[in-house]
Design a protein around this ligand. Structure first.
Ligand code: FAD
Length: 480
């Protein structure tokens, strides 16, 4: 890897901007090449004409959950990649993929080399249910299941058992709805997406015919949004399997709840309670698969089958709600029920993890404690994205909170809060450290070679892309 190539690009950019500005040369790095990292970089580059922004990303490939989270049948969501690509091509921006911060280089070393360091490394951990049987074969965190169908290298060998009729998804957010849709979508639809061929083959053989999406609270507290629910309602060859009694009193509640929850509840009510029109009745009658929402149920135990190893069901506590609206709490009634199933996917949230002992971390909230993106008691250290807020919000939310963090950085650089007049080496200080440690970064143009190869392989199969699943293969392709 030629550090000079990127450094020269940076110097050239600065030469151009320096002619217009006499301010000091400021070096900022961003840790994580997902939406938060790219949006933070974008805002910094726009707001500050004399800043060089380097993005360090753990994987050779950029874009975080836009590549490894967003569902393959939602290609329009991935359009943000073109904005990120423009940012990466900016004369004062450099991308260093294949650099695992916390392992290959410490946050302290980055802080030595840069005036400011922004941590934007997302939420790569799983929340666990904390119930017996969670480790049985056939129980998967949604994060791993999503990573499997989206080609995340660490999940490529997941091979989830799909040889059962009923799958239970615990959690009712959009990730749960994405997983349910992928499990039940017609293969011909998935074939046209960038879903990995391996998971496509497995889904083509899947015996799953029924998916139940279970939440601990009621219909008024469901976390999913209307677009994703509507996609379930309209999913070809499936019918809804709701329990009308779970919607009692909902028609009354509709009068007082605000939009957009009102529209979401109306759609659920219509699907669960209203007799379908003739065309819809026929469609439902012909469907070979079904899906349903189940409310007021919390997992107590995942039950094993006769072999003691593989999931065969789940024991659930029946809850009632105390309070109303978003603040209501699920309280167990003492009643317990069992659902038979051969696959359990837990979709109860992602979780940020600490990557470096030198960085403050709040283990309870699983975030880096911060005020407007400024990490508490650590001058020059910032955070953005899911690491800053917790794992909630869509890309647009992540964009706004990343712009806010970038704004704080610019404020501190210009107010003198950070000593931006002293020279910092930036990537020229980090490059030799990585060299010594045998770490070979992947530049953005290297990524573009991987991109090209993935598109070429996809085109051969009539798909937009066939992702490389193996880091070694990514590196080999990048270096050809
Ligand atoms: P991430 O996207 O996770 O990016 C973090 C990056 O940091 C990753 O590239 C990671 O590899 C890197 N990293 C991690 N550790 C290190 C390290 N030690 N050193 C260097 N780099 C590191 N939003 C929508 O608007 N529409 C959707 O359809 C949608 N679908 C979603 C589906 C799923 C399954 C999920 C989980 C989320 C979805 N979202 C969607 C939300 C969206 O993905 C997030 O808002 C956004 O990705 C958060 O951005 P981030 O940069 O904070 O985290």
């Amino acid at each position: 890897y030629d550090w000079r190539r990127n450094v020269m690009k940076a110097e050239l950019g600065l030469l151009i901007t320096r002619s217009a500005s006499s301010a000091a040369h400021q070096k900022v790095c961003v840790v994580g090449g997902g939406p938060a990292g790219f949006y933070t970089a974008q805002h910094l580059l726009k707001a500050c004409q004399d800043v060089q922004v380097d993005i360090y990303e753990r994987l050779p490939v950029p874009f975080g959950l836009v590549r490894f989270g967003v569902a393959p049948d939602h290609p329009e969501v991935k359009n943000v990649i073109s904005t990120f690509t423009q940012t990466a091509h900016h004369a004062r921006c450099c991308y260093y993929g294949n650099v695992n911060v916390g392992t290959d280089v410490s946050v302290e070393e980055l802080r030595e080399a840069y005036h400011a360091v922004v941590l934007s490394y997302g939420a790569e951990g799983n929340r666990s249910m904390g119930v017996p049987g969670e480790d049985l074969e056939g129980v998967y965190p949604a994060k791993d299941f999503v990573g499997w169908y989206n080609g995340l290298p660490s999940n490529r060998e997941l091979n989830p058992g799909l040889d059962c009729e009923t799958a239970v998804i615990l959690g009712q957010g959009n990730v749960a709805l994405d997983v349910a849709r992928i499990l039940l979508s017609p293969i011909d639809e998935l074939k046209k997406t960038d879903i990995t061929q391996r998971s496509l083959d497995a889904l083509a053989q899947s015996q799953v015919r029924r998916v139940l999406i279970v939440g601990r609270r009621g219909p008024l507290q469901i976390a999913g949004t209307i677009k994703e629910l509507r996609e379930m309602v309209n999913l070809p060859d499936t019918k809804p399997e709701m329990v009308a009694s779970e919607f009692e009193g909902m028609a009354e509640a509709l009068k007082v709840i605000p939009r957009p929850r009102k529209r979401l509840t109306e759609l659920m009510l219509k699907t669960a309670v209203d007799p379908p029109a003739e065309k819809e009745r026929q469609r439902r009658q012909a469907a070979s698969r079904s899906w349903g929402l189940r409310f007021l149920r919390s997992p107590l135990e995942v039950l094993a089958g006769p072999d003691g190893a593989r999931v065969a069901g789940i024991r659930l506590a029946v809850n009632r709600l105390e309070g109303t609206g978003d603040g209501s709490v699920a309280v167990p009634t003492g009643e317990v029920e069992t659902m038979d199933c051969g696959l359990v996917i837990t979709s109860i949230g992602y979780k940020s993890l600490p990557i470096d002992p030198a960085v403050p971390f709040d283990p309870r909230k699983a975030i880096v404690p911060n005020s407007l993106g400024r990490v508490q008691q650590a001058a020059g250290l910032y955070c953005s994205g899911w690491l800053k807020t917790g794992p909630v919000g869509v890309i647009a939310t992540t964009m706004n909170n990343s712009f806010d963090t970038a704004h704080s950085v610019v404020e501190d650089l210009t107010s003198g809060c950070l000593d931006a007049t002293s020279a910092k080496p930036g990537s020229t200080g980090i490059g030799p450290l990585l060299d010594k440690r045998g770490v070979k970064p992947v530049s953005f143009s290297d990524w573009e070679k991987i991109n090209q190869e993935e598109r070429r392989r996809g085109a051969a199969q009539g798909k937009p892309r066939e992702k490389l699943l193996d880091v070694e293969e990514m590196l080999k392709t990048a270096r050809t």
